[in-house]
Design a protein around this ligand. Structure first.
Ligand code: SF4
Length: 120
């Protein structure tokens, strides 16, 4: 079925201090419990080669209509993933990037909820 929405939380290998304040699994659980998206995922490094492969395999599913990526700076994300999206024909406008670095679990959940609500 078309119009699937997913959230990926990307956390710089889990070693970056920017993500130390949040419980990443709890952030994802909070979003999935409320069924705000059709799927959630945690990826350690989307900007690495295997992250690129992950995006290619995932987005080969043409039913995905919106991909929220919570991680680093949105502009950085846009630049890093541009080539991949172009290569697989995924409209970059369907990628909603946002920065959750240095947020607590509660702050990240709240920011992600707002973002999904404002970018349906
Ligand atoms: S995409 Fe951003 S958040 Fe993810 S590993 Fe790369 S720099 Fe870190």
């Amino acid at each position: 079925m078309a119009n699937k929405k997913g959230l990926i939380l990307c956390v710089c290998q889990g070693t970056c201090p920017s993500f130390n304040k949040m419980n990443t699994l709890e952030v994802l659980n909070a979003i999935r419990r409320e069924k705000l998206v059709d799927f959630v995922a945690l990826h350690p490094q989307l900007c690495a080669d295997d992250g690129d492969q992950y995006l290619r395999v995932l987005l080969d599913n043409k039913d995905i209509d919106k991909l929220y990526v919570a991680g680093c700076d949105p502009l950085m994300q846009k630049k890093m993933f541009r080539e991949t999206f172009e290569a697989i024909g995924f409209d970059a406008a369907k990628h909603v990037a946002f920065d959750v670095r240095n947020l607590t679990t509660e702050q990240a959940v709240s920011a992600i909820k707002d973002l999904i609500k404002n970018n349906p």
